[in-house]
Design a protein around this ligand. Structure first.
Ligand SMILES: Cc1cc2nc3c(=O)[nH]c(=O)nc-3n(C[C@H](O)[C@H](O)[C@H](O)COP(=O)(O)OP(=O)(O)OC[C@H]3O[C@@H](n4cnc5c(N)ncnc54)[C@H](O)[C@@H]3O)c2cc1C
Length: 433
């Protein structure tokens, strides 16, 4: 008889698990609280879906997950994702090793998942919110117990043989019986419309799992109110270091983005997982920006010398015109408390040098992250100590936890979707056996 599997959550991980389980002949139902599948998936990669990365290894994930990720990626890695997408009819391309669908549209990925789910006869229940999973024992004839019998087992505190467990998935409207349950309800991060409210943490806690403290990750930061920010949302290539006193907590390189009240962009997001915790503890964190990351000390000295030769009647603003982006120049001039119209000939050489130097070590104080709604992922979650290699929960051979609900978060670049597919494929396959 085919296994009856219920999957809570129809996001990237849940849909992937459903496909693997149904391809193996299981009777699969997805319960999705949103009115559509893959809502967050459709927003990924700025609508283009960065689904994995050719530079794939465990170091791309949080420290507490690295060891386990090595194992899991050896079971289902980037080549498996590529083959999986081939089987869905999605052609993939690499852009500097980041993998995207050739269509350039995340919506085509969601549609491909939906078509396969439909073709395989997976049932989808929309608009119901999974609230809890009740564990009870199979009757000798393999039938589930009724609600009264379950209650009796629970209140007796009887230990159930993990191999004889059956489950009731309770939603806000109904109860469903299952041989196996896959929890794939995601995290707390994402726009309001994704309904990412972290329900899975409560469900897993009720089942006795440990939930590690959560924080927004892959997120930008607001800057301290006292900081003067450049107008018009500047983007520039920079090296940025997050400083606690003189200690650099993280250093990243890439396209830095100034928002109206803070900083974002890939280098900021890459470091954010580490930095958010310090800010939440009230530690004073500054970001030190090097706007000339391609210049070493000698190159920069030569550039300064060349520029100094141009000191004449022109104003400071005109002098810096070709040196860097005008919005950044204005920000630097304001920081130096100088008038933009000051004549260069009236500014001392040492002052000009200190203006130049500030482009290589421009410090801005951060106040807080932009929070879960703007974060791409959540760090923390269900402890991997509660999860076996086959994605089942210790002590429950038929309950699986997958995707971002677990304490796994990767860097920007397709690593989080890779994890959703790795964990989804393993759970879907194992649950169907
Ligand atoms: C804006 C944005 C861009 C991103 N871009 C990328 C990218 O390009 N590459 C990358 O690798 N990662 C990216 N990510 C991260 C990636 O989207 C997530 O890591 C991934 O979607 C997690 O998959 P998941 O299935 O675990 O969770 P989700 O995709 O969040 O799916 C969880 C599903 O469960 C449903 N659900 C929740 N609670 C319940 C409940 N109680 N009952 C029933 N259903 C429930 C939700 O509605 C949702 O459909 C991005 C994230 C965001 C927010």
């Amino acid at each position: 008889m085919s296994k009856k599997i219920i999957i809570a959550g129809g996001g990237a991980a849940g849909m992937c698990a459903a496909i693997y389980a149904a391809r193996n002949g299981a009777d699969v139902t997805i319960i999705e609280k949103n009115s559509q599948l893959g809502k967050k998936l459709s927003m990924t990669g700025n609508g283009r879906c960065n689904l994995s990365n050719l530079d794939m290894n465990e170091k791309m994930y949080n420290l507490s997950a690295e060891k386990r990720m090595k194992e899991w990626l050896s079971v289902y890695g980037v080549l498996d994702v590529i083959n999986f997408f081939k089987s869905l009819g999605i052609v993939i391309k690499s852009e500097e090793r980041y993998l995207y669908p050739v269509s350039g549209q995340a919506s085509t990925v969601v549609s491909a998942f939906e078509s396969e789910i439909k073709r395989l006869g997976v049932k989808v229940i929309y608009g119901e919110q999974v609230k809890s999973v009740k564990v009870h024992e199979m009757e000798p004839d393999n039938k589930a117990l009724d609600a009264k019998q379950i209650e009796a087992v629970l209140t007796r505190g009887a230990k159930i043989d993990p191999n004889r467990e059956k489950y009731t998935v309770v939603t806000n409207m109904n109860s469903y019986e299952a041989d196996k349950v896959i929890l794939a309800t995601g995290s707390l991060s994402g726009a309001k419309s994704t309904m990412s409210t972290g329900d899975g943490y409560y469900i897993c806690k009720q089942l006795g799992m440990t939930i590690k403290d959560t924080h927004p990750a892959l997120v930008g930061f607001k800057c301290d109110e006292s900081e003067t920010m450049p107008t018009n949302g500047v983007r520039c290539t920079a090296e940025i270091s997050f400083m606690l006193g003189v200690e650099a907590l993280a250093t990243e390189f890439g396209e830095l983005q100034f928002t109206k009240d803070g900083i974002s962009g890939i280098p900021v997001m890459q470091a954010s997982g580490k930095i958010v915790k310090f800010l939440e503890e009230g530690k004073p964190i500054y970001v030190s920006i090097n706007f000339f990351p391609d210049y070493d000390d000698d190159d920069f000295l030569a550039l300064e010398k060349e520029m100094l030769r141009l000191r004449d009647d022109r104003s400071l603003k005109d002098f810096l015109n070709g040196f860097y982006n005008s919005n950044i120049n204005d920000m630097v001039i304001a920081r130096m408390k100088m008038g933009a119209s000051m004549k260069m000939k009236n500014i001392s050489e040492s002052m000009v040098l200190s203006i130049f130097d500030s482009y290589r070590n421009y410090k801005i104080k951060l106040s807080e992250s932009y929070g879960y709604q703007q974060a791409q992922v959540t760090s923390g979650g269900v402890s991997l100590g509660d999860i076996k290699d086959d994605m089942t929960v210790n002590g429950h051979n038929g309950i699986f936890v997958i995707g971002e609900l677990l304490d796994v978060d990767g860097r920007c670049g397709g690593y989080n979707l890779q994890w959703a597919f790795t964990s989804g494929s393993i759970a879907g396959t194992v649950a169907s056996l």
